[in-house]
Design a protein around this ligand. Sequence first.
Ligand code: ASC
Length: 151
Amino acid sequence: MIRLATLACAVTLAVSALPALAQPQKFDKPEDAIKFRQATLKELQQNFKRVADMASGRDAFNAKVADESAARVAELIKQPWPAFGPGTEGGKARPEVWTEQAKFQDLAGKAQGEMVKLAAAAKTGSLDAIKAAIGPAGASCKACHDSFRAR
Ligand code: ASC
């Protein structure tokens, strides 16, 4: 019994250690997956824009808001990918998401890395650090959109 519990725990740990990208999430209907990924990407975009507008000088710099927004971005960037599981084609996602999975996951993973860097930059409170991180971060959004989002 103890051994079974230990095994269950080890399996749980092993699964949760996998990158989020590797585990499709279960939704009742494909539309639920589409709604979920669109909602997370939308909130991601809103938070990203808040930071980008400070980086560009469009908005006044507020270190606390930038930090909170960038931290939220780094959380949200993990969430959409498991909602692109098999059978959830649709929305603005191009069919290539499912036919070029390796490339999709690579670009999603790179975007995740850039958002972690952006959040780390914002945490320092330095606008210059944010300015340095925002370009590559935005480019990582665009790289994925260029190949995988319908226009
Ligand atoms: C945004 C947004 C994107 C990226 C990208 C940057 O605010 O919605 O997709 O920035 O346009 O190039």
